[in-house]
Ligand binder design. Structure first.
Ligand SMILES: Nc1nc2c(c(=O)[nH]1)N[C@H]1C(S)=C(S)[C@@H](COP(=O)(O)OP(=O)(O)OC[C@H]3O[C@@H](n4cnc5c(=O)[nH]c(N)nc54)[C@H](O)[C@@H]3O)O[C@H]1N2
Ligand SMILES: Nc1nc2c(c(=O)[nH]1)N[C@H]1C(S)=C(S)[C@@H](COP(=O)(O)OP(=O)(O)OC[C@H]3O[C@@H](n4cnc5c(=O)[nH]c(N)nc54)[C@H](O)[C@@H]3O)O[C@H]1N2
Ligand SMILES: [Mo]
Length: 774
């Protein structure tokens, strides 16, 4: 929700020069400040020492893998440290806190303030008409959810959301519970994140996951980093990129903004890095227009075909194409018929730069790796764009061989694993069949609701039950006010959480908060210490074992919460003894290996230091597509366009946040201090609109009913959404584009605006206009 106090004038942010490298001593200093402030010297240092160690816990901050072999004693990452500081904080929210603060009062505070209040400690309930949350026992809470679920007209009126921190063990039990109860309504954060990558890759290569290892990156000739900001969001990726560069790779950054972490990296654990000497990363930096990537990739394809025509046999890997692919003709035709001027105008990149990049792609053994994240996935044509990346790799045969492949860089630390173990509204028949056979249930076959469809369903029909295993649905979702109304329409909303967030404050008729253990905390079941497991961005499943004392004695682990809920709602069956399963998580893992190929023998392999790789057929050049071949795509050249004078807004993360959790108010690499309600603009655009630097502007977004990606001519009939009083910051970015922080700007993202096929909110292409705040 926009903060109700948004109209009060916030002090202007402090503006400095954007940085030209990431890491170094400032990163260490910033991390230590957060850790010491929140977690104190003892708990904080212990937490940092266990982070990403082989026998420690998995860092919740991103899904980038750890080195397979030896690890330095601090696999150090500034933002991992902040994530841990936020979870290992010594502050507590106890019942007195909720007695003191009404819901109204809490809702008027910022997301940053919410995070500062500390860890949740016991289950709380907000009944109809109440102004304050009250304590409730675990047993009563489970009985209440069970009775609400049983009161629903059909199981499909229940919605079970998951955020990507949930372990494999908890996620598997959760989907089993939902399906046994009778619904596939399992939306997750992935629907708003890499869904477009999964959709595109399944069509192109048959598997929706990345195909490279860290070793591949170390050996690549060329690495494209498109639409991602690793300095902030995947800091451990920078040491991998540094190694690649030292081994001779060239990195190409494709991003409308000059992001510090793509320009250079000072390794905070090496003397040179501490002295502020940075390794240059990107050898070429292409400031593409927002959503201009499809045009740029098409132009690269065109350049390669032109070279092949000039010197046949010198460019294209005909053996690969012949043996492994299908559909090159239509793609080639698309490339050939595209016009250079148009491609350059659409992408915002000149022909010389594109040719330089084409030269780079043809260096060495053409070992190309493409990494990408939200800058590509959250657009109307995201699936087409990602398939265009695959096309390029096919031309060079840069797939399924050492040093080459596709690398969607995942966000949440176990978002990939959750999908593997069944968190998906449309799992394939093969999986559902195995569930039925293993558990003697009748898993429903009708596809469930994804995130956006769930919002529409809750908004349309009152009385649903919304249950969230982690996350912050209200703030993460598009169209904040619309989503708030959807949640208010529910008969029950229930959040399993570690920290207070705004989703707790906009509830259904009844609202529950169920507090759980965090990743860093010891999980003891039946007198035995347990560990859980996660799958990282490269398909490695590994264990994660918390070591800190739990924030409160009343916390339950996520698997235990699911098991007790399932027991209260469905009871045990001959083949599912819910609580027995959670007495020893090995029992859950045994069931996972029975239902999902590639895990067995799970319990033994997951205990191996570093874990194990799940099979990925693409690495062996086996294509699980309908045709059994890798599929070229040939989509029309389409791009998001706005009415004359309007801008394309992208929403992105600052350096001091983890999604909706706001650790601080700075964005150090972009030179922003103490401000979040800001909008980055091109200086010439500002001038032409008469907007002065650091003055306040009102932002209006547009949605056209007949819109299919591009804007319709009639602005008068458009649906509009507004935010006011954002500070305008001049920034080096292409004309016609703008950027603002997620989640503050989510109010502007129309719930109808989603990517084709993946239904992901188009959080990176929103049509807006701006005017000075009166
Ligand atoms: N510290 C920290 N770490 C995180 C997170 C966090 O919030 N904080 N979030 C986690 C999660 S869930 C995820 S999914 C990842 C997100 O990781 P990122 O995808 O890096 O996150 P964003 O901030 O959304 O950054 C998007 C980048 O894409 C660029 N971009 C925007 N539009 C376009 C475009 O049209 N074309 C191109 N080429 N680039 C574009 C933006 O300028 C920006 O650099 O990070 C994960 N890690
Ligand atoms: N406009 C815009 N919107 C976006 C995006 C964008 O780029 N722009 N990005 C999208 C993306 S990529 C994603 S992934 C989603 C993120 O969507 P979510 O995953 O729903 O959001 P988070 O902010 O990661 O969730 C934070 C909450 O998780 C809870 N939590 C933390 N750790 C744990 C734990 O161990 N267990 C449990 N049970 N709870 C825990 C805490 O209570 C915390 O408040 O947002 C999406 N929304
Ligand atoms: Mo994400």
């Amino acid at each position: 929700m926009p903060n109700p106090d948004k109209n009060l004038q916030k002090p202007a942010p402090k503006i400095g020069k954007p940085k030209n490298y990431a890491g170094g001593n400032p990163a260490v200093a910033s991390a230590m400040r957060h850790v010491l402030k929140s977690a104190g010297p003892v708990r904080g240092t212990k937490a940092l020492l266990e982070l990403n160690q082989i026998d420690g816990f998995d860092c919740p901050s991103c899904a980038w893998p750890d080195p397979d072999d030896e690890r330095s004693h601090a696999e150090f990452c500034e933002n991992g440290a902040k994530a841990i500081a936020s979870e290992a904080t010594t502050r507590r929210i106890e019942r007195s806190f909720f007695r003191k603060h009404s819901i109204e009062e809490l809702a008027s505070q910022s997301d940053y303030w919410h995070d500062q209040q500390g860890r949740l400690t016991e289950p709380m309930i907000l009944r109809q008409g109440d102004t304050h949350y009250h304590p409730i026992s675990w047993d009563e809470a489970f009985a209440l959810i069970s009775s609400e679920l049983h009161n629903l007209p059909t199981p499909d009126d229940a919605i079970f959301y998951t955020s990507g921190r949930t372990s494999n063990e908890a996620a598997f039990l959760y989907q089993l519970f939902a399906r046994h109860f009778g619904t596939n309504n399992l939306p997750d954060c992935s629907n708003m994140c890499h869904e477009s990558s999964g959709t595109a890759m399944k069509q192109s290569v048959g598997v929706g996951k990345g195909t490279v290892s860290l070793d591949d990156i170390h050996q690549a000739d060329t690495i494209l980093c498109i639409g991602q900001n690793p300095g902030t969001n995947h800091p451990r990726m920078l040491s991998t990129l540094e190694t690649a560069v030292q081994n001779g790779a060239r990195i190409i950054a494709i991003n409308p903004l000059k992001e510090a972490g793509l320009i250079g990296f000072a390794h905070p654990q090496k003397i040179s890095g501490m002295l502020g000497q940075s390794t240059p990363l990107a050898s070429q930096y292409l400031q593409v227009k927002v959503n201009g990537d499809l045009a740029l990739l098409r132009a690269l394809g065109k350049a390669l075909f032109e070279r092949e025509a000039a010197t046949p046999g010198s460019v294209i890997d005909h053996d690969f194409i012949q043996q492994h692919t299908q559909g090159i003709e239509a793609y080639q035709q698309r490339c050939e018929e595209a016009n250079w001027d148009e491609l350059c105008t659409l992408s915002g990149i000149d022909k010389d730069s594109i040719n330089t990049l084409a030269d780079t792609l043809l260096r060495g053994e053409r070992k190309l790796i493409t990494c990408w994240a939200m800058g590509l996935t959250q657009h109307r044509n995201a699936v087409a764009t990602i398939r265009e990346i695959a096309n390029l790799h096919f031309l060079l045969g840069a797939l399924g061989r050492t040093g080459a492949g596709l690398c969607p860089v995942r966000g949440h630390s176990n978002v990939q694993g959750d999908r593997t173990v069944g968190i998906y509204e449309k799992m394939p028949e093969s999986f559902l069949k195995r569930l039925d056979a293993t558990f003697g249930i009748n898993a429903p076959r009708k596809h469930g609701l994804d995130t956006v469809d769930a919002i529409h369903a809750m908004h349309r029909d009152a009385g649903k039950v919304f249950f969230a295993l982690g996350g912050n649905f209200l703030q993460a979702s598009p169209d904040t006010s619309f989503t708030a109304q959807a949640l208010r329409n529910c008969s029950l909303t229930c959040h399993v959480s570690t920290k207070l967030n705004r989703s707790h404050l906009v509830g259904g008729t009844t609202a529950l908060i169920l507090p759980c253990l965090g990743r860093s905390e010891r999980d003891i079941q039946h007198g035995e210490e347990q560990f859980v497991s996660c799958e990282n961005s490269m398909g490695i499943v590994h264990q994660s074992k918390g070591t800190l004392n739990p924030a409160s004695r009343d916390l339950l682990s996520e698997p235990e919460i699911i098991a007790r809920l399932a027991e209260a709602t469905l009871g045990d069956t001959e083949r599912i003894r819910w609580r027995w399963l959670t007495q020893d998580y090995d029992r859950i893992r045994l069931l996972i290996e029975q239902c999902i190929p590639g895990f067995a023998p799970y319990n033994r392999r997951v205990r191996k230091p570093g874990g194990f790789y799940l099979p990925n057929p693409v690495k062996q050049r086996v294509w699980k597509t309908a045709s059994g071949k890798a599929e070229f795509s040939s989509s029309p050249l389409e791009q998001f366009e706005v009415a004359p004078g309007n801008l394309i807004l992208q929403t992105l993360r600052s350096h001091d946040q983890y999604n909706t959790t706001i650790y601080g108010l700075n964005d150090r690499y972009r030179g922003i201090g103490m401000g979040r309600e800001i909008i980055f603009l091109n200086p010439d655009d500002m001038q032409s609109k008469g907007i002065k630097p650091i003055s306040r502007v009102d932002i209006t977004s547009y949605w056209y009913d007949n819109q299919d990606g591009a804007s319709a001519p009639n602005q008068a009939t458009a649906e509009t959404r507004q935010l006011s009083g954002f500070y305008a910051i001049p920034y080096d970015m292409p004309r016609g584009t703008a950027a603002a922080y997620f989640p503050e700007a989510n109010e502007l993202v129309p719930v109808h605006a989603t990517a084709r096929e993946s239904n992901t909110p188009t959080s990176k292409s929103i049509e807006i206009s701006i005017t000075p705040t009166p």
